[in-house]
Design a protein around this ligand. Structure first.
Ligand SMILES: Cc1cc2nc3c(=O)[nH]c(=O)nc-3n(C[C@H](O)[C@H](O)[C@H](O)COP(=O)(O)O)c2cc1C
Length: 197
């Protein structure tokens, strides 16, 4: 075994799913969007997802008091927009507007999802924990919603080794990709009729 610094270790084991967090702001009916790869399922019953927000981000401030939020799952066609959500700040930009996203009303919260996404997950904030330079928020899932008409490969945040991935957008160290292979084969693999019936 060889000891490595975080950046080098991460370069070897980076691939992670990419989600877009939609978070209420202080202004009524205004919502911020942030690209997030620090996410993980942390309970089945009840279903829970943990998400970490870095201190420098506007979303960090917003998540200190938010009681609900949405995690949208972006597909291949939203790679450019997902990168924008990971580079622009809601302090100076309206990312719904910048990305031309349509707000998707959801049944259990006032926070909208993104209509163009593959899926939207509604969450209520269960607890918050400061974890070093991030705020980790544990959300309880109150609704999973998919768009059966928009089945795409979901976006991944990958490292410098792009073998096995189709790189879609790169900005500095950030690379957004999907797995290699035909989309049709990928979609067939879901046996969607069975899942949705
Ligand atoms: C692929 C990718 C993944 C990211 N993952 C996270 C993350 O998990 N947590 C985080 O706080 N920032 C993450 N970021 C950075 C934020 O999305 C970025 O700083 C954003 O501009 C913050 O927006 P805000 O100031 O509106 O909150 C990521 C960015 C990219 C491009």
């Amino acid at each position: 075994m060889q000891e490595l610094k975080r950046n080098k270790f991460r370069a070897l084991y980076q691939p992670s799913k990419l989600l877009l967090g939609i978070i209420p702001t202080d202004a009524p009916s205004e919502f911020n969007i942030i690209a997030l790869c620090f996410t993980m399922t942390c309970s089945y019953k009840p279903p829970m997802i943990a998400v970490s927000f870095e201190k420098k981000n506007f979303s960090y401030e917003l998540m200190k008091s938010a009681s609900n939020f949405v995690l949208a799952v972006p597909g291949e066609s939203l790679a450019e927009q997902a990168m924008k959500c990971g580079l622009l700040s809601g302090r100076t930009a309206n990312k719904f507007h910048e990305c031309n996203f349509t707000k998707q009303q959801l049944p259990h919260t006032n926070v909208p999802g993104i209509s163009e996404a593959i899926a939207n997950i509604e969450l209520s904030v269960e607890s918050r924990l400061i974890t070093g330079d991030h705020l980790t928020v544990i959300g309880r899932v109150i609704g999973y919603h998919v768009n059966p008409k928009n089945v795409e490969k979901n976006l991944l945040a990958i490292g410098p080794n792009i073998q096995g991935y189709k790189l879609l957008v790169r900005k500095g160290l950030h690379r957004i990709a999907v797995i290699q292979g035909h989309s049709d084969d990928f979609i067939d693999g879901f046996k969607l009729d069975r899942i949705l019936s």
